[in-house]
Design a protein. Structure first.
Length: 176
């Protein structure tokens, strides 16, 4: 996604929650006031996980990868995620309340499964089997999940995660 489309997605998300005082204040104070105190992301979700996020029964989102790609190392507590349906519109947004990052080995994958599997709403053995070759994992506890009036954005690549706006590096240095 190029810069103009990223900005469009953020503005559409902002409009979608303009009537929600809590969301409107959070976005204005943390994302739209320079320098941004949080990052904004676009997460692409497939069913049934999209439905689980939107109904609040999936409280841990996970992303596994062979290399260090987003969201590994780029998502932090307080960040905003626009929730996009695979091959469909943006249908919600949520906030990241906790992040766990893993360099995977068989032991850590088993630990993730036992600690987070139910909150991830993973019920199939095939899910875990498909991730045995992954080298990295990012787990995010999400809250304040809000359904919004769907809007379409132009996204042509196959990435399941896109950073729309990064928090200020100066604020990151201050927090560390």
């Amino acid at each position: 996604m190029h810069r103009v489309m990223k900005q469009f997605a953020l503005e559409q998300g902002r409009r979608a929650v303009a009537d929600d005082k809590q969301w409107a204040e959070y976005l204005d104070e943390n994302l739209f006031r320079p320098p941004p105190a949080v990052s904004a992301h676009l997460g692409v979700f497939v069913e049934p996980f999209l439905g689980y996020v939107l109904d609040g029964t999936k409280t841990i989102e996970s992303r596994f990868s062979l290399n260090q790609c987003d969201p590994f190392g780029s998502v932090s507590k307080g960040d905003i995620v626009l929730v996009k349906e695979a091959a469909g519109p943006v249908v919600g947004l949520c906030r990241v309340s906790t992040v766990w990052s893993y360099v995977l080995d068989p032991e850590s994958l088993n630990q993730i499964r036992s600690l987070f599997g139910s909150a991830m709403r993973v019920e199939s053995e095939s899910f875990w089997a498909e991730r045995t070759d992954a080298a990295f994992a990012t787990l995010m506890q999400i809250d304040h999940v809000t359904r919004i009036q769907p809007f379409t954005i132009e996204k042509k690549d196959r990435r399941g995660w896109v950073v729309l706006r990064r928090r200020s590096k100066q604020l990151m240095l201050w927090e560390e």
